[in-house]
Design a protein around this ligand. Structure first.
Ligand code: AHR
Length: 507
């Protein structure tokens, strides 16, 4: 395979938004409990936070972290998670059939996010609650001293307001699985009322209204249109959620998953702009891709269906911190994840916020063992490198390469790429994938318009076995390696092995 990638410094998409490197912490399985929070662990601090996990989150390079859900939020009372731990209620979490002890709540999470250097993005419950509870949690989190709820935060140790800027108006309200699921009409009206009230309290908030839970939802498109017709003036973002997996042994289609993400983004952009012009609005709505990842969802759904069917007398347990959604990722999964990041960057003109779902143990780049070690999944690497190297503006390259047929996405180009350029430092980065199952790709990357002369890093994520994984027993089986790359007259030549992701840094 030969591919030619030309990067023109004038082909600017948008600035590299740091918020594209967000992640997501939900009260789900062992993400919080026995994940980032484990009081008895040798590395735990006074709050019970594992500092080995904090270090890995910093290395991953997350910007925003969405919290506390996810499906969990639709049954959540935020006030359960504040105040003396011994008095916090224990409740059943209907979303994940688990026991919620509320040991961690907003105050703890705000402290943890500060430790990791991340910004909190908070989701309010619009499944089973409404306007007043959203206003209450806003006042608790951000209010200055002098009102009951702000003073309660101060009494609970949150001396300064948390100053949370981004707020999600519920979660996946289009999904029939959502506790409190509603129609687009009903949700649009509730989201508009909630947003208007929150903006009276603080006009500078950035609000995210729920879009679709996936491009395959039967209401996809119509949902966005209806919801935005109700909320266009009140919100800054509409959310997108997408998970991908290899199914039926079709690795070729899986490797082209980013084509679905492209379709998702362009459809939502078109729908949002349709509402903009139809209703004569001035501003442009941005996309918050606030759940995206690889998730072996079909397997999870099959297990759940079995458990639910077996529970004929309602005696199924409600376990604490169960091992749920602990997908172990392959080298191929990491290549797909790297490609999804390429797509997000390529659409940075409209996607200005994104959250990798999730962060620890639950469909996560970071895994932990209670009392034991923490390690990086394969998917950790493309995320951390892209977050570290992508600076300045996104440049959309022209790519000349052949395609291969896929059952799910039609013809898929064999190579995909995006570049970033930081004019101030004169440094650039190029991220590439080779989707071929069997052939290496020799790629020339013409960066001559950027005036760069040296390669400072050339990294590849690849394993001869695309199904190789990092496990507790073998946590470094798949890692980044150096790849040979040469530069002459501003043109880099690099060989991408079959099923690989490559990052180049040049200056
Ligand atoms: O990230 C796991 C789940 O996926 C979230 O709780 C939900 O929003 C989505 O369906």
């Amino acid at each position: 395979i030969h591919a030619s990638v030309s990067v023109d410094r004038s082909a600017i998409v948008a600035p590299v938004h740091r918020r594209l490197f967000g992640s997501f912490v939900e009260h789900l399985g062992r993400c919080v409990y026995d994940g980032l929070y484990e009081p008895g662990h040798p590395t735990a601090d006074a709050d019970g936070f594992r500092l080995d996990v904090v270090e890995l989150v910093k290395e991953l390079g997350t910007s925003t972290i969405r919290y506390p859900g996810g499906n969990f939020v639709s049954g959540y009372r935020w006030e359960d998670g504040v105040g003396p731990r011994s008095e916090r209620p224990r409740r059943r979490d209907l979303a994940w059939h688990s026991l919620e002890t509320n040991e961690v709540g907003l105050d703890e999470f705000a402290r943890w996010a500060r430790l990791t250097g991340s910004e909190v993005m908070y989701a309010v419950n619009l499944g089973t609650r409404g306007v007043i509870e959203a206003l209450d949690v806003l006042e608790y989190a951000n209010g200055p001293a002098g009102t009951t709820l702000a003073d309660l935060r101060i009494a609970n140790g949150g001396t300064e307001p948390y100053d949370i800027r981004m707020w999600c108006l519920g979660n996946e309200m289009d999904g029939p699985w959502q506790v409190g699921h509603m129609s687009a009409e009903d949700y649009g009206k509730l989201a508009s009322r909630t947003a208007k009230a929150m903006k009276i309290a603080d006009p500078g908030l950035e609000l995210v209204v729920c879009g679709s839970s996936g491009s395959g939802m039967p209401t996809f498109g119509d949902w966005e249109r209806t919801v935005l017709e109700h909320t266009y003036d009140d919100v800054e973002f509409i959310s997108c959620h997408a998970y991908y997996q290899e199914s039926g042994g079709d690795l070729g289609s899986f490797l082209a998953s980013s084509l679905d993400m492209e379709y998702f983004i362009s459809t939502v952009v078109a729908t949002a702009d349709h509402v903009k012009y139809k209703l004569r609005h001035e501003k442009t709505i941005m996309l918050s891709f606030d759940e995206w990842n690889i998730w072996y969802l079909e397997e999870h759904q099959a297990r759940e269906a079995e458990l639910a069917a077996a529970d004929t007398d309602g005696s199924r347990e409600w376990p604490y911190a169960p091992r749920l959604l602990e997908d172990v990722y392959t080298a191929a999964d990491a290549v797909v994840l790297g490609n999804l990041l390429i797509t997000l960057l390529s659409h940075a003109d409209r996607v200005t916020s994104a959250s990798l779902a999730q962060l620890v143990n639950v469909i996560a780049p970071i895994m932990t063992e209670p009392g034991g070690e923490a390690w990086r999944q394969t998917t950790f690497f493309p995320f951390s490198v892209t977050s570290r190297l992508a600076r300045g503006v996104v440049l959309r390259p022209r790519i000349e390469v052949g395609s291969y047929p896929t059952a799910k996405h039609g013809a898929a180009p064999l190579v995909d790429a995006v570049a970033t350029f930081d004019e101030e430092t004169g440094t650039a980065a190029v991220f590439l994938v080779n989707r071929s199952l069997s052939e290496a790709a020799t790629v020339t990357v013409d960066l001559s318009s950027l005036g760069v002369t040296a390669i400072t890093e050339a990294l590849v994520l690849h394993d001869d076995d695309p199904y190789a994984k990092n496990t507790r027993d073998d946590p470094e089986r798949v890692a980044l390696c150096a790849v040979d790359a040469a530069i002459a007259a501003g043109v880099v030549t690099v060989e991408l092995p079959a099923v690989s992701w490559v990052a180049l840094a040049v200056s």
